[in-house]
Design a protein around this ligand. Sequence first.
Ligand code: NAG
Ligand code: NAG
Ligand code: NAG
Length: 367
Amino acid sequence: MDGGRRAFLARNLLLSFFFSVFSSRLKLSTAQMVPAVFVFGDSLVDVGNNDYLPVSIAKADFPHNGIDFPTEKPTGRFCNGKNAADFLAEKLGLPSSPPYLSLSKKKDAPSYINGVSFASGFVVSCVFPNFIPGQSIPLSKQVDNYIAVQKILFQQMGSFASEKHLSKSLFAIVIGSNDIFDYFVSSDLRKKNTPQRYVDLMANTLKGQLKRLYETGASKFFLTGIGAIGCVPAERVKNKTHEGSEERNFWSDKYNEELKAMLKGLKSELQGVNYSYFDTYSIMQSVVQNPSSYGFNEIKSACCGLGDLKAEFPCLPVSKYCSNRSDHVFWDLYHPTEATARVFVDTLFDGPSQYCVPMNVRQLVST
Ligand SMILES: *[C@@H]1O[C@H](CO)[C@@H](O)[C@H](O)[C@H]1NC(C)=O
Ligand SMILES: *[C@@H]1O[C@H](CO)[C@@H](O)[C@H](O)[C@H]1NC(C)=O
Ligand SMILES: *[C@@H]1O[C@H](CO)[C@@H](O)[C@H](O)[C@H]1NC(C)=O
């Protein structure tokens, strides 16, 4: 783990704010495109699960996170406002899927009907040797948690209705960036795996978890590739010319190729599976190359942080933040702003085949 990430993890604040919205509606309202959305993955889509991990320091429960959220308070999202999971739910006509841990702690029967978020900041898709216990919810555990929810839905709705409900629901998985970051900071990982072997391992591990979801009712999958993570402020600041890391971009791209091939294989292996793959890497390149056409002025610097590119010191309560959050691509060292999340979700939902393979989310949920 490098200095930036360690510093980011090493913050320690007691203030925590729990935000959750859930609906107990049992019928599909006309605006709803799917009965539910189940979200898995990392900090790009975490809506507050990590706030409930007692020993985790990988939390975003402190200012200035949440400054542009409707409540203007930190919510556990690693963002100034809403993140991609919120905008995806909005597009589907659903409330944001509440954090699983906020519901499982409730004594009264929790509502899982419109979906649940299992996502957890700093999670990786592969097990890696310097994994620190308790910091995030491993993907396999996220799937275990889903299976617990599936059992409850089965009891509440019966087998026929719950199977139908789940087969029409969307399963969104956003993971992999942390694996690539970790590979380049862990000499142990590099000693044990060539980069090619490592990205193969990532795709295969993910495939195993997708199969478990399929076996317990999922059939519509939405997956994102990794973005151009060599271009995040944390990487650019390491380079005097602020060009970022070509190597990290190269291996993100390689992983994305493995992921696409894996998904194609999965669809041919498992009957009834449909998926949409979003090419986060390409849309990020497009934003970085033509920022103004997306409404951005600042593609390199973080909005919240301190030092060069506001990336020498993470986004903490003592950090400075930019006055206009809608013209910055990046909120902090690693995470996009709400404005960027909105561009991504608009594109993954209705975008062309250049970004959405073999179909966009609207097409996926309409079949
Ligand atoms: C910055 O990145 C560019 C392109 O990858 C590379 O040519 C240059 O040597 C790097 N500079 C530093 C200081 O790392
Ligand atoms: C998958 O998509 C195809 C067309 O895109 C559609 O014909 C088929 O019914 C879909 N299958 C499921 C299980 O949704
Ligand atoms: C903030 O940036 C956006 C996008 O570039 C721009 O449309 C808006 O006018 C800016 N707002 C202010 C207050 O400068």
